[in-house]
Write a protein that binds this ligand. Structure first.
Ligand code: ADP
Ligand code: 5GP
Length: 183
């Protein structure tokens, strides 16, 4: 489980971890519109609200939450299948989802990704250029709240500071390796 404020670098880290390991990435379902370059079915499965609400009602989601006014959720079946096949599964989800997964799968590794500081977070989110000014403000304002919620949840036992990307990726790979081979 990888969580952290928007712009902390979760997607960048996960992309590299997937290139270096044979971990399985859980593709979330969302009602948020795709960003330029995002591919339906590989970054997210993009659906409308009625479709998402039907997935909730049908019990298809391992967890779900409303984040920044949009639904996000983890389809249960692919995750369970990958785990049954012995794969390491990566979920890149928010704190609310983290708490739900912790209740169901406390044995998972819970990683909180932090940017090196507030100014750098602002620089990264602005530099990514994917949010409207209003969405950008909302994401930056929520970052502090998310940090507090993550601490209060007691779920995240690993903290990775994404200062230098390569070092952060290495840390996450080490966490995965250690959790798979605890002795
Ligand atoms: P998240 O998935 O947490 O929202 P992203 O992975 O999209 O964050 O990263 C936000 C922006 O910061 C992107 O433009 C990305 O290229 C950049 N970025 C990520 N990690 C680093 C880093 N260690 N140093 C500098 N820029 C970074
Ligand atoms: P973004 O819109 O930047 O891709 O994601 C916004 C937030 O939603 C991030 O914190 C991301 O981790 C979270 N998120 C993405 N997928 C899921 C999911 O399936 N479930 C939950 N609970 N959060 C998710």
């Amino acid at each position: 489980m990888i969580s952290g404020p928007s712009g902390a670098g979760k997607s960048s880290i996960v992309r590299e971890v997937l290139a270096r390991t044979d971990a399985f990435f859980s593709v979330s379902v969302t009602t948020r519109p795709p960003r330029p370059g995002e591919v339906d079915g590989s970054d997210y499965r993009f659906v409308d609200r009625p479709t998402f609400e039907k997935m909730i009602a049908d019990g298809q989601l391992l967890e779900w939450a409303e984040v920044f006014g949009q639904y996000y959720g983890t389809p249960a079946e692919p995750v369970l299948q990958a785990l049954a096949a012995g794969r390491t599964v990566i979920l890149q989800i928010d704190v609310q989802g983290g708490r739900q997964v912790h209740r169901k799968m406390p044995q998972a590794a819970f990683v909180w990704v932090r940017p090196p500081g507030d100014a750098e977070l602002r620089r990264r989110l602005t530099g990514r250029g994917t949010e409207s000014p209003e969405a950008l403000r909302r994401r930056l304002q929520t970052a502090q709240q998310e940090n507090r919620a993550a601490k209060a949840s007691g779920v995240y036992t690993h903290i990775v500071i994404n200062d230098e990307l390569n070092r952060a990726v290495q840390q996450v790979v080490e966490i995965l390796t250690r959790e798979q081979n605890p002795i």
